[in-house]
Design a protein around this ligand. Structure first.
Ligand code: FAD
Length: 406
């Protein structure tokens, strides 16, 4: 038999996060942050006090040692509260990339960033994307060359989340760099190494913040690396193995994105249900019309299916880490299904509910437009484009020999 219920502890945790969000992340507050394009310090500190920052790190490293089901609960609740998804982005970038950095870093790096990030005193993010493209991770141009006991990094990373926050709070990025030429054109992913690069390291030059269309309270920017010299202990994981560390980080980020989008879609649906009970047309609340009710029933049914997919996948991920029960690639296939389907589904929910709201839905008095602007970032490709998820799923269903670019 399968038990689908959350444990009492998980339910209490959900209640605590929801209560904090109700007090601190009302839709009015979210609108204020969106307008000012800034995440207030007290919000970051509040997340830290709740134990949500890099919560996936073990207790001895300052985290709460949360499993992936618990992290998904937090993501869902934050997505429900902040439908602009800026705070959820901050949370999930740290939970996933903090997780892999903590898992594979040296004690020096842990002291430098992880133990500070859990308190909200540093930011830890991911910097793989380059101007030449993001999907083809193995084709990156950033290089790292060994000189004595140091590595010298050169390159440029762009479309990077949290660059302003990292500059304000301190901290830095998991950066992927080429450390040796690929052994063959079919093995471009080999010869890459992951590094922890502090944003204030000499030679790191942050670039201008982009004017994003959404998730305004968290920045997107980039940085140049000009002869950035890093001691050996900045290497994350085994040298030359950075591609695999990166893929593990994407797994964490992508499942949390799915959970955030489930939460945001739930909120949109609830806002919609309140509205269709009140708004009258042709002498009736519009919720009485089957044209509206049928849409609601379809969206609710899909939402429940996607929520189940998220928690089932998170359960697989926990089994993988705790019991070695599923292979990494088996779990990745399900994670890619979450990243492929759920952000686009959430967009559809926001669009449908906005239509219920009529002209009001098109104004900034209505909160829904913040969701459309925010969730679009995950449809476009933050933490991996949709077709990349399809390539991963196709590879796992048909076999490696069917990878199109090999
Ligand atoms: C708001 C935001 C925040 C971001 N934050 C970060 C961050 O913190 N760190 C970071 O490293 N990156 C970040 N990114 C970048 C993100 O990871 C990339 O956008 C993503 O990897 C896609 O890369 P790209 O934008 O260069 O698109 P491309 O790789 O150029 O892809 C363009 C289009 O081509 C399609 N495509 C690509 N390859 C194939 C193929 N083989 N077959 C079929 N279709 C294909 C893609 O699906 C996409 O639709 C962020 C992006 C956004 C929008």
């Amino acid at each position: 038999m399968v038990d689908f219920a959350f444990t009492e502890e998980q339910q209490l945790f959900r209640n605590a996060v929801r209560e904090w969000c109700a007090k601190n992340l009302s839709l009015e507050k979210v609108r204020e942050m969106d307008t000012k394009a800034e995440m207030p310090r007290e919000i970051i500190k509040g997340l830290a006090d709740l134990g949500l920052l890099v919560m996936t790190a073990p207790e001895e490293h300052g985290g709460t040692g949360a499993d992936w089901i618990t992290a998904c609960i937090a993501a869902e609740e934050l997505g429900y509260a902040d439908i602009s998804i800026a705070v959820p982005v901050f949370f999930l970038v740290e939970s996933s990339w903090g997780f892999v950095v903590d898992r594979y870093c040296t004690e020096q790096v842990r002291d430098m960033v992880i133990r500070k990030a859990v308190k909200g005193d540093a930011f830890i993010g991911i910097a793989t994307t380059e101007a030449g493209g993001g999907s083809d991770v193995a084709a990156f141009k950033t290089t790292a060359k060994k000189e004595g006991n140091e590595w010298v990094l050169n390159g440029e990373k762009t479309y990077i989340s949290g660059t302003d926050e990292a500059q304000k709070m301190g901290g830095g990025y998991f950066v992927l760099a080429r450390t040796s030429p690929p052994p063959s054109p079919k093995a471009m992913h080999k010869g890459m190494t992951g590094f922890y690069v502090p944003i204030n390291a000499p030679g790191v030059e942050p670039m201008k913040r982009f004017e994003d269309m959404g998730r305004m309270a968290i920045s997107t920017g980039g940085f140049l690396m000009k002869n950035v010299r890093l001691p050996d202990y900045h290497v994350i994981g085994e040298p030359e193995n950075g591609f695999y560390v990166t893929m593990e980080g994407f797994d964490g980020a992508r499942i949390l994105i799915g959970a955030v989008c489930v939460g945001a879609a739930q909120r949109a649906l609830e806002l919609g249900m309140e509205y269709i009970k009140e708004r009258k047309a042709f002498g009736q609340p519009i919720g009485k019309f089957e044209g509206i009710q049928f849409e609601l029933a379809d969206m609710w049914s899909d939402l429940e299916a996607y929520r189940s997919l998220i928690y089932r996948t998170a359960w697989m991920m926990d089994k993988r880490y705790k019991e070695n029960r599923f292979s990494a690639l088996e779990v990745t296939k399900y994670i890619s299904a979450c990243k492929l389907k759920i952000p686009r589904f959430a967009m559809q929910v926001f669009e449908n509910v906005m239509l219920w709201f009529g002209a009001y839905g098109y104004t900034k008095e209505c909160p829904l437009e913040m969701g459309v602007r925010g969730i679009m970032s995950y449809c476009i490709g933050a933490e991996g484009a949709v077709n990349v998820q399809r390539i991963i799923i196709g590879r796992e269903l048909l076999g490696k020999e069917y990878i199109p670019y090999k």
